[in-house]
Ligand binder design. Sequence first.
Ligand code: THU
Length: 130
Amino acid sequence: MSHDLFLAARAAMAQSHSPYSRFPVGAALRTADGRVYAGANIEVASYPEGWCAETTALGHYIMGGGGRITEIAVVAERMHRITPCGGCRQRLAEFAEADTKLYLCDDAGVVETVTMGEMLPYGFKGSILK
Ligand code: THU
């Protein structure tokens, strides 16, 4: 099941808008009921205003109805085994669980599987704000 999520992330990466860094990234996530949402990084000329592939995927996921996330895949054309940046770890953790699987990929497929809990130990929990 992980390979098709990798393929969705890689297909999304092909749509990256990253003329400044030339560092295309793709991300895809699957919900418990089988929906898949993917996204690419989108850069703008005012550099800090761009955003990451994981963030695009999360936007599609929320607009598609949200739900429990079971798996996430991330791939970058120019990095053997990309790991999500700190901000995206926090964003993913907002909607995923500690045991949600995260597939770190290269151009051919999944290189390593970790959990969100391993990726973001001691992350800030918003529950106290609710
Ligand atoms: N990038 C992502 O899309 N996801 C990450 O987790 C790390 C970085 C993007 C942002 C920027 O467009 C490019 O990679 C270089 O930092």
